[in-house]
Design a protein around this ligand. Sequence first.
Ligand code: GLU
Length: 562
Amino acid sequence: MSVDPRDFFFRHALLNAVQHENVPKAGTVLGMLMGKHPEFRSQAKEMSAILKDVLSEVEALSPEERKERLMAVAPELLTEKKEKKEKEPLRELKNVGEEGVVMRFAPNPSGPLHLGHARAAYLNDYYVRKYGGKYVLRIEDTDPRRVEPENYELLLEDIKWLGLNITDIVYQSDRFDIYYEHGRRLIEIGGAYVCTCDAESFRELKNSKKPCPCRDNSVEDNLRQWDEMLAGGFAEGTVTVRVKTDIEHPDPAMRDFSIFRVVDSPPHPRKDVTVYPMMNLSVVVDDYLLGMTHVIRGKDHIANTRRQGYIYDYFGWKQPEYYHYGRMSVGDVVLSTSAMKAGISDGTYSGWDDIRLGTLKAIARRGIKPEAVRKAMVDLGVGQTDINFSWENLFAENKAIIDPVSDRYFFVPQPALFEISGAPSKTAEIPLHPNESSRGVRKLEFTGKVHISPEDIAGKSFVRLKDLFNVTVTEKDGEALITYAGDSLEEAKEKHAPIIQWLPYGKASVPCRIKRPDGDAEGLCEEGVKHMAGEEIQFERIGFVKIDSVSGDSVTAYFTHR
Ligand code: GLU
């Protein structure tokens, strides 16, 4: 059967563009033709030229138009498309009782939350919703060096944004007395001792599996020193309380680890103390006393889980069920709190919501919805394998949420003003949403001149100005001359005319800057966008954006995704 190569290219380029939201590489489509129809192999040059033309035509179409055209020319290709695999629900947790589960999200208030936190937050949330029970937000603020007063507020804002099913909020800094009481009990039962060795000599002894001299002090001596510690008798760095584990344990990190220390400064913003529990002590005491049944945390806590086992054993307590998920690397954004802080203070980043950062505040500013983050995180599951976070998946989840409710507008990047000769005055009535007629229309009045992107007409002879009319483009003395060529959409389709965005001359178009992590785009957009501050819209053929601010006549938008 003979095949029209232009037709072949058009169908497959469209299909690819619809499925992957991107125009395919020439090599891919050319390879498909040569593979299926070897008779064209001898005409590679001609085929490349035709393909180039077809690809720029497809490039010029909006995602909706691509779908429409594909439905028109090759609906069978669309239905052949593999159905997206049904997502598997997450594994069941072991030993869930009648009353469901008690779980926790336990961030440190050292900065706002980022994508890494969102994983712990949503996985725990998932199971509390599934089985019922309690979800404790535990603010782990026992390290005065990593607590800044404003971080509490930032954290609570993020928790609200995430939409977690939190039932209880606990601040560890309200529980110092409970930790002291358990520290004392641990000393009394011989499970811990006060150590006044300097850090370096302790390390040397520990590394050669030798006990330090303090390890054999009597309980009475230890209690006396403990009281002295609490009374402020030891300066920072001169004392610590250690759990007596196995000094010959094959893993040096398990040998007599520290559970209390003195920090003189900075002072704690919520509590006037200098003796601080280390996380292994406070986490065990709280997990136990607050009744945690299951703990889901990152695999970087596996060693802590083992250390904590010693404390559970001394107290005769049963450990919760633990699940440790693998590491998640998040490309393209900065996640380290210290790097973010440094960048903000030296002016590299504008603030915690700078879109080059991986904070929840930054991704919210970009127009990502919390429900999309939830889906993307639950999708990753609780497996121990290390994974890469998929922005593509997050964007796909987000798109499914915002696409049906985002109005469409025109944006023309780097516009130039053109006169259209021979055209009647006309008001274009353009649906705000292609599939939701109830959202109404917007009206763009054509009065003789339009702003368009010179790039959109370069090398073209017949173009459709979307929802307005067709034009021919000719060149005279290096200048494009644009002439009215009738209203027929059918003719534009038949001629495979690129359909491009345009904007009216005058007040109906306003300056607009689209900010994206890799650089801004400047241009004009419809004046109606000025009333959309804080909303998510789609700039046709560009992608979804969140309107960040409007100042005077100028709009600033953040690019979300295509
Ligand atoms: N606060 C700890 C952290 O953010 C979590 C402690 C835990 O999961 O046990 O890493």
